[in-house]
Design a protein around this ligand. Structure first.
Ligand code: G6P
Length: 617
């Protein structure tokens, strides 16, 4: 996600900010900016899109920005496209906030996270004469701080606490107030932020690597706390504005380990980010029980067919969505591989909606399929992670998943975010077409998913132990029926792409039509059993392969304890509504694939022959 840095001390700030931002480049970003203050003068703001080198060129490697107090940011777009206006820092005044020379504004700041109620807050601020230039939630929060600062004339700490009470969502905020030269204020909730002190100077960062060149002794700000940072000095406060004591922590790990958040691989880090990604995606679309995916209710009422088109894991999300949409709506659905769809001579329903799912928004086949659909006059909706990507720009409607940058080639968190987006899509259609009665029940269950994913992640040691045994296997089958079959498609792909163990996903009922001939003593078969009405049918298929010598693993919902009579190893997943089971069952499958690949010594984050974004046909 976005990166934050800050510095106040004796040296020129801009070069320190740039070197910190460089350390955060691995997280991915699409634009960057800095604000630097020289003594009492207001802040000077410089921003650019693209790589950091552009910001360096604009400022002659920071040399043209005088002053020893400043803040910096790399932005991964979530609200609004990656443009200079949308880049941070944002300012409180009625001006764009970036140009030549200092900006006359009382508050200037940067932000990581998502402000969920920014639309409502923006309306309030508009009524109070504030103007907006960007489409970001950040500009709203900076102006809200300014509003409280001036309304109550209460100083920075109180202006921030009032803001913190008023906003919903996650944030790491870093701001400077014109009346307080050489000082930086920070606040956080559910978005990391740390402060380091060394030899009369202070450093701020959203992530440890940005600080490691300068200091090893850091303070962690806890949730709903804020801090006043001066050169070589920091004071912490709680939400009441009362000062709180805090002890620094000594950092002993390397830059490389810090980049991965302490995990051995980006894939594991991203697996652990899934609870947050699910919650962020959910909250970005649901406000006060209403789902808004950026596509009108009128459009959803009038469509007569849905085509879902995607590649790889995004295609697997499409297959799951087909089952979910069939369950919750009355619309016919077809899920197609983009590489097939684009060349099919299909007789397409002119009133259909084509949904293209893509993490990168740049996959060549998915983009071509989208263009093909548009040429035929069909309406298109993109479910995309990268803001401003080609698919996002060309589709009629776009909903952005909130997975943040994904570094490991094998997708995990983007897949989970796409699933949530598609559940919401199905619920919205069910609502407008009146095929769902109690939408609140489904939304409530979605709210509980992050906690349930956490529980699965807490139990990972058992899977690690099992994966070490599984890693010697040559071939593995994944079987399931209905939605469980769709879950198996992803489990099998995860395993083969990073561990290089041959694997196949099969609709359990189809095994007997050929593939069962490959099952012999010791063949590993992994079954997914999350759908109550298909449970017994799948168990019968498990018994069939067991009688031919297969070693059985079951991934089953809590309550199906009789599975232990048949399976050799069972992983239970927390109970959920059957339509949402994929979000839970996929977690042990990701972990099994990960641990098997690690046990075999493979390059987990960069598997051979694979690319993160496939922009060729
Ligand atoms: C590549 C990636 C997969 C991804 C697929 C589709 O093969 O390795 O993880 O699912 O492309 O990519 P997209 O960016 O369109 O989701």
């Amino acid at each position: 996600m976005c990166g934050i840095v800050g510095f106040t001390g004796r040296r020129q700030a801009a070069p320190v900010l740039l070197s910190g931002l460089k350390r955060l480049e691995y997280r991915g970003y699409d634009s960057a900016g800095m604000a630097v203050r020289n003594g009492d003068a207001p802040a000077e703001v410089v921003k650019s899109t693209g790589k950091l080198i552009k910001l360096e060129e604009k400022t002659d490697h920071g040399q043209t920005l005088a002053g020893s107090c400043g803040i910096g940011h790399t932005r991964w777009a979530t609200h609004g496209e990656p443009t200079v206006v949308n880049a941070h820092p944002h300012v409180s005044g009625n001006c764009q906030g970036s140009g030549s020379g200092p900006v006359e504004s009382d508050v200037v700041g940067v932000h990581n996270g998502i402000i969920e109620n920014y639309v409502e807050l923006k309306e309030k601020l508009l009524r109070h004469g504030y103007e907006f230039y960007s489409s970001t939630d950040t500009e709203v929060v900076i102006k809200l701080i300014d509003y409280y600062y001036k309304k109550y004339k209460i100083g920075p700490v109180d202006a921030l606490t009032r803001t913190m009470v008023r906003v919903r969502g996650s944030y790491a905020l870093e701001v400077m107030f014109k009346d307080y030269p050489q000082e930086i204020y920070v606040a956080r909730k559910d978005s990391p932020m740390i402060i380091g002190i060394s030899e009369g100077e202070s450093y701020i960062a959203s992530d440890v690597p940005a600080l490691l060149n300068y200091c090893r002794s850091v303070y962690y700000i806890d949730n709903l706390e804020l801090a006043r940072v001066l050169p070589g000095e920091v004071h912490f406060f709680d939400l009441n504005g009362d000062e709180i004591p805090k002890e620094p922590t000594e950092i002993t790990f390397s830059v490389e380990a810090a980049e991965k958040g302490g995990y051995e691989h980006f894939m594991m880090k991203e697996i652990h980010e899934q609870p947050r990604v699910i919650a962020d995606t959910l909250h970005s679309a649901v406000q006060d029980g209403r789902i808004d995916l950026g596509i009108s209710e009128e459009t959803l009422k009038n469509i007569s067919q849905i085509y879902i088109v995607a590649c790889g894991s995004a295609y697997h999300v499409g297959v799951i969505s087909q089952y979910v949409l069939e369950e919750l709506t009355n619309l016919p659905v077809r899920t197609e591989l983009a590489s097939e769809f684009r060349y099919r001579k299909m007789n397409l329903d002119p009133d259909a909606l084509v949904v293209v799912i893509s993490q990168s928004g740049e996959t060549a086949d998915s983009l071509a399929a989208l263009r093909q659909a548009k040429t035929k006059g069909l309406k298109t909706l993109a479910i995309v992670n990268v803001v401003g990507s080609s698919i996002a720009r060309e589709a009629d409607y776009v909903f952005y998943t909130k997975a943040g940058p994904e570094i490991a080639v094998a997708t995990t968190k983007a897949y989970s975010a796409q699933l949530v987006a598609m559940y919401l899509f199905a619920l919205k259609i069910g609502e407008v077409r009146e095929t769902i009665e109690d939408i609140a029940k489904y939304l409530q269950e979605l709210e509980s998913l992050p906690g349930k994913v956490e529980r699965l992640l807490d139990d990972k040691e058992r899977l690690q132990w099992f994966a070490s045994k599984l890693s010697n296997t040559n071939s593995i089958f994944y079987i399931g029926r209905g939605l469980d079959y769709a879950i198996c498609l992803e489990g099998s792909l995860k395993l083969k792409e990073i561990s290089y163990i041959h694997s196949e996903a099969y609709a359990a009922g189809e095994l007997k039509h050929g593939t069962i001939s490959l099952v012999e003593k010791g063949t590993m078969v992994i079954s997914s059993l999350t759908q109550p009405d298909l449970y017994e049918k799948t168990v019968s298929n498990m018994v069939e392969v067991k009688s031919r010598g297969a070693a059985l693993v079951a991934i089953a919902s809590y309550g199906y304890y009789s599975i232990e009579d048949c399976a050799d190893f069972v992983v239970y997943i927390p109970k959920t509504l059957p339509v949402f089971a994929a979000s839970l069952a996929v977690i042990p499958m990701q972990l099994l694939a990960y641990y098997a690949a690690v046990a075999r010594g493979e390059d987990v984050d960069k598997p051979r022959n694979l690319a993160k974004s496939v922009t060729v046909e």
